[in-house]
Ligand binder design. Structure first.
Ligand SMILES: *[C@@H]1O[C@H](CO)[C@@H](O)[C@H](O)[C@H]1NC(C)=O
Ligand SMILES: *[C@@H]1O[C@H](CO)[C@@H](O)[C@H](O)[C@H]1NC(C)=O
Length: 384
């Protein structure tokens, strides 16, 4: 009966439903079916648990340092538990297995529950970028500056040539784009007002773009790509002339959209040296929260958001090697030493924009007119 993975044993335990019947079920042929049910229940319970713990979050943030220390201890214990289970699995008779493993698992369950508790406090996703695995130069379309991105939901590709305009090019897939001579096989979309800077985002069929008409405030526009209508607009009270990235002055503000919401990177004014971050409700464009990332605008060329963490990419005026040199985690869960120093592969140009796609775990870069895809490797935040 002990052939099952320890994950199954651990999951059973987290669910907290361990009866003699369960022990027997563990040994039955249909335990996979059972595991599926339990895992579903476990998921539901975890959701409820998350709701409960949201309130505790504020208090716990203050105790962050302590939590990290506890977590380190927990990780060590977790390792030990895993080793013990391995031992039990390989050295015990089938009968004794369930009971022994069960005891070990019991100790482990406290640890596991604590770890999931911690995740529920921080964010649904717990990953950070650990490296840049590969680069693919797809094609060269348009002017030196611009942006391109792929809607994670529809997988359609959108090309924004230049630094302002009222037109975007839509392709059905990355493949279609890469096979297209120029932009000829695209659908051209004309938006009702000009987009300003390579700082747009596309998510789930909606285009979010920055509008900055002469002498007016910066606005965020939500545009329905399917029906071709503006859904909503919101003013953003920022200084007109302060660009968010000092090396790309055309980027008035930079939007990013993912499962967690709509993010806006901006500069509050010329005298403010650091990049600010706002989290917006993608449905209403309401601002929910604002942070000072403490990442300087000076020598920044682009930034992107992954799992509630902002990665700011720096370069030099004479373009050299782009690197992520400042990270800001809105959940404050990243341990400083964890933050990776990421170097992009050496290129001749500089990035006009970098857009992260959470589904594919890759970055869509626009570098001196080249459209580039970087695949990134991830690791889990914290010590699990
Ligand atoms: C891109 O924009 C540049 C000007 O910024 C223009 O010369 C060029 O024709 C455009 N290319 C496409 C494919 O639209
Ligand atoms: C900007 O960030 C730096 C840390 O990188 C910090 O020391 C400084 O106080 C910040 N400046 C402002 C005006 O917030």
């Amino acid at each position: 009966c002990c052939g099952g993975t320890r994950q199954i044993l651990l999951m059973f335990n987290v669910v907290g439903n361990r009866s003699p019947q369960l022990q027997q079920q563990l040994c039955k042929a249909d335990r996979m079916q059972f595991w599926h049910e339990q895992s579903h229940r476990y998921h539901t319970e975890l959701q409820d648990f998350k709701k409960l713990t949201a309130e505790a979050m504020v208090v716990l943030k203050n105790e962050h340092g302590m939590l990290i220390r506890d977590l380190e201890g927990a990780a060590v214990r977790m390792d030990r538990v895993e080793r013990e289970i391995d031992y039990v699995e390989t050295h015990s008779s089938p009968r004794a297995c369930a009971n022994k493993a069960d005891k070990v698992v019991e100790q482990g369950s406290v640890v596991i529950f604590f770890l999931y508790f911690l995740f529920s406090l921080t964010s649904d996703c717990v990953e950070i970028i650990s490296g840049i695995r590969s680069v693919k130069i797809l094609k060269r379309v348009g002017s030196p500056k611009g942006m391109w991105t792929r809607d994670p939901r529809s997988s359609k590709v959108y090309v924004f040539n230049g630094t302002t305009g009222d037109r975007i090019y839509q392709f059905n897939s990355v493949r279609d784009f890469s096979h297209s001579p120029g932009v000829t096989s695209s659908t051209q979309i004309k938006v009702p007002s000009e987009w300003s800077g390579p700082g747009s985002a596309v998510y789930n069929g909606y285009l979010y773009y920055i509008k900055q008409e002469f002498g007016t405030d910066v606005q965020v526009v939500k545009y329905d790509l399917l029906s071709g209508t503006v859904i909503d607009t919101a003013m953003f009270p920022v200084d007109n002339h302060a660009a968010v990235y000092n090396l790309n002055p055309e980027t008035v503000a930079d939007l990013a959209a993912d499962d967690e919401g709509l993010w806006l990177l901006y500069a509050t004014g010329d005298s403010e040296p650091n990049i600010s971050l706002a989290k917006m409700d993608p449905a209403t464009l309401d601002i929910e929260q604002i942070w000072d990332t403490r990442c300087p605008r000076e020598n920044a060329e682009a930034a992107f958001v992954v799992c509630g963490t902002v990665y700011v990419v720096y370069n030099t005026r004479l373009a050299s090697r782009s690197r992520v040199q400042c990270i800001f985690d809105v959940n404050d869960a990243m341990i400083n030493e964890e933050a990776p120093l990421l170097y992009f592969p050496r290129r001749y140009g500089a990035h006009a924009s970098l857009k992260y796609n959470p589904e594919e775990k890759q970055l869509y870069g626009w570098d001196d007119g080249y459209q580039i895809i970087y695949r990134v490797t991830m690791k889990r935040k914290l010590l699990v």
